[in-house]
Write a protein that binds this ligand. Structure first.
Ligand code: IVH
Length: 686
């Protein structure tokens, strides 16, 4: 192949892949399988690496990110990004209509569209290519986050069709769909990171990440709603939206051109309910004058256009009584206050608990026990207390006080300067120890299933488990006959746990089998703060044994990809603690994997980067663990169940029909070992 042929094939592949991306992510109607798509992508990657002179930042191969931005360049908006004035009722909406009609006699329509609850973004296109993406910032100037925006698959890097202006800007909202948000938070909590309060914060935080490869792994999406430029194709907002959609932008299809405010109000009422079923969050309806010339007549105030207004839905609220406050101690020692409420129904569910997050929130609310409190389920997933009903305190009302001592062990709590959270500093605090052991045996760490369901608590209470190393000194003698009656905290029912011969031997076998769990999972299981699954994997790739890791300096740790100061500090502090060192020595003496075995998970290629796999059923040639290791070693992600993040289901024999059905329904490709091998393309052998 000569250079000309290579260039032609590269161009052809890029345009085909752009088209397939559009069909998949914008239309949700793919015409080829994921496998075929990956094959085209692979071919393009290979050509691009062989012909670097044809590199292009807008190539579909670069959607997986990789560019690291230390500081985002500031960009001054060509036209300021204004906000909208808000209204909260039909009467206020009528006032807006009256105001408009006083300013113009021209006939006009309104367009009603949803108000997306995300982060505003301005995209610049020249010659049909994305050239820049800027956040709103202060409205005058924002951050150039182009590298991160390129990873959002539904944003076209190259426009489709023709007829687009040579230069224009299009604005919209970057959102994180609720399902993806929940999964992200689940992962963060598992990794010891603070969860995001709501999808909007998660989207904003993601757009500001320095490493675009990490952004690429987050489930962002983008809806476009406003085109700006000197030669726009249509004389109306709705006309421009139609064009935008035809060029490949994701435009939410359910906007409505309305003749009058009555029709606008019907739209608002309809979506007030219907929006609950959307995959992303919305917080209102934006009402805009459709005709561009009328928009121009009305113009802008200093802050917002006179031709548009945002109707904001009220967050659903209920009033109930605060019965008490519970303080929970987590695995890391963080103490979280939880409000116990008289059960009340709110937005379709019964609410009896609400997180109070930290001491400042309790103080700012001025909470007293017995108060009638307003509970709200707004953009946040967990209900929160937003206020106290006026006049609710009686003379004897008792303010809620944040505890000074740990509810579990009595140690004085500490609160570090600049932190909102209180911590129990006692490493021996029972919930910390129990939480630590539960983490160690959890599925993604040592996976000792036979010890689940409260059995660790039983062993702890019986004085047999003080730390994770004690697990390996348990014997049948110590375990047999242990039992306890528990009151289930959820149902209030009494349950008996009793260890009979069979469960004792299951427990001991499970513990023994954990001796084969690879070092990176053991490291994750140690529960070192900030060392989640991914961090553990990265650390082990660079320090393949516990000795190497324990003697690594802060600076050496900082050299590892994605290891920042916070993590490096936490790892060095953990290994410099004498008790932790002796714990490690005991685990080593118990025969656990304290170094990565040859054939363990070292990074062999990035062939499966950005792809999610579920392995199901049995395989004649390999174990499921081996397949997991293989997928990970080529950069793929192994998932526990078929979800939106899953691209392939690797199916062996006797795979459950439910999994197959779910995969088929959600368009996940079902493949066998051969296809997996092909995906890796000879770079790994099963
Ligand atoms: S139009 C000059 N349309 O709401 C008019 N904005 O509170 C520009 N927003 O900054 C905005 N959905 O981030 C428009 N359908 C929609 C919107 C929308 C969400 C956001 C946008 C804006 C903010 C104003």
């Amino acid at each position: 192949m000569d250079a000309l042929q290579a260039k032609q094939r590269i161009d052809q592949l890029r345009s085909e892949l752009n088209e397939h991306n559009y069909r998949y992510y914008v239309l949700a109607a793919p015409v080829i399988s994921d496998f075929e798509f990956d094959m085209l992508m692979k071919e393009l990657e290979q050509l691009e690496s062989g012909w670097p002179q044809f590199a292009d930042p807008n190539s579909p191969t670069l959607r997986v990110g990789g560019e690291v931005t230390r500081e985002f360049p500031v960009f001054v908006h060509v036209r300021p990004m204004l906000s909208l004035s808000n209204v909260y009722s039909a009467a206020e909406l009528d006032d807006f209509d009256q105001r408009v009609r006083r300013l113009t006699d021209a006939p006009f329509h309104y367009v009603a569209e949803l108000k997306f609850d995300g982060v505003a973004i301005s995209l610049h296109y020249a010659g049909g290519r994305l050239v820049r993406a800027v956040t709103r910032g202060d409205g005058e100037k924002g951050d150039d986050v182009t590298a991160n925006i390129r990873t959002i698959r539904s944003i076209p890097l190259q426009l489709r069709g023709d007829g687009y202006p040579d230069e224009f800007e299009i604005r919209g909202e970057v959102v994180m769909p609720v399902d993806g948000f929940r999964e992200l938070n689940r992962q963060r909590e598992e990794d010891g990171d603070a969860p995001f309060a709501n999808p909007r914060n998660a989207a904003a935080g993601t757009l500001k990440m320095q490493d675009s490869a990490q952004v690429a792994r987050r489930p962002l999406d983008c809806y476009l709603y406003h085109m700006l430029g000197d030669d726009l194709p249509a004389g109306s907002h709705s006309g421009n939206l139609t064009y935008a959609a035809s060029w490949g932008f994701r435009v939410f299809p359910h906007y409505q051109v309305c003749k009058n405010m009555r029709e606008v109000w019907e739209f608002i009422e309809h979506w007030g309910e219907a929006r609950q079923k959307l995959p992303f969050q919305t917080d209102g309806v934006v009402v805009k004058i459709n005709e561009t010339d009328v928009q121009e007549t009305l113009g802008f105030t200093a802050k917002s256009p006179r031709w548009a207004v945002a109707f904001k839905y009220k967050a659903e609220q209920a009033v109930t009584r605060l019965l008490g406050v519970e303080f929970q101690v987590g695995r890391t020692g963080a103490v979280t206050p939880v409000a116990i409420l008289e059960p009340v129904s709110l937005a379709g569910t019964t609410v009896q608990r609400a997180s109070l997050h930290n001491a400042d929130i309790i103080q700012n609310l001025g909470l007293c026990l017995g108060d009638r409190v307003q509970v709200e389920k707004g953009g946040d997933i967990i209900p929160k207390i937003v206020g106290v009903e006026p006049g609710t305190h009686d003379l004897f009302a008792e303010p809620v006080k944040f505890i000074e001592n740990c509810p579990a062990c009595g140690t004085s709590l500490v609160r570090n300067a600049g932190e909102a959270q209180h911590f129990c500093p006692n490493a021996k605090c029972p919930p910390r120890i129990k939480g630590g052991i539960e983490h160690f045996i959890s599925r993604k760490a040592m996976d000792i299933k036979s010890l689940g369901e409260g059995k660790t608590g039983l062993l702890y209470d019986a004085g047999l488990l003080h730390n994770i190393a004690d697990l390996y000194e348990l014997t049948a003698d110590k375990l047999t006959g242990l039992g306890k009656v528990y009151t289930d905290p959820v149902t209030g029912k009494k349950r008996t746990i009793a260890l009979k011969e069979k469960s004792v031997s299951n427990i001991l076998e499970g513990i023994k089998a954990s001796g084969q769990i690879p070092f990176e999972r053991l490291l994750f299981g140690l529960g070192i703060r900030y060392v989640g699954e991914t961090v553990a994997r990265n650390l082990v790739a660079r320090f393949p044994s516990v000795e190497a890791l324990a003697s690594a300096t802060f600076e050496e740790l900082r050299q590892v990809p994605e290891i920042g100061e916070r993590i490096a500090e936490s790892v060095t502090a953990w290994f410099s603690d004498e008790e932790n060192r002796s714990l490690v020595a005991r685990l080593a003496a118990a025969g656990l994997q304290m170094q990565q075995k040859a054939g363990g998970i070292t990074q062999l290629s990035a062939a499966l980067e950005g792809l999610g796999f579920v392995v199901s059923g049995v395989f004649a040639e390999v174990s499921r663990d081996q397949l997991h290791a293989l997928i990970r070693s080529h950069g793929g992600k192994v998932l526990s169940g078929v979800s939106a993040a899953c691209n392939y289901l690797v199916a062996g024999e006797n795979m459950g029909p439910a999994k197959r059905k779910k995969a088929e329904e959600s368009g996940v490709s079902i493949i066998g070992l051969e296809e997996l091998r092909a995906l890796i393309s000879g770079q790994g052998s099963v």
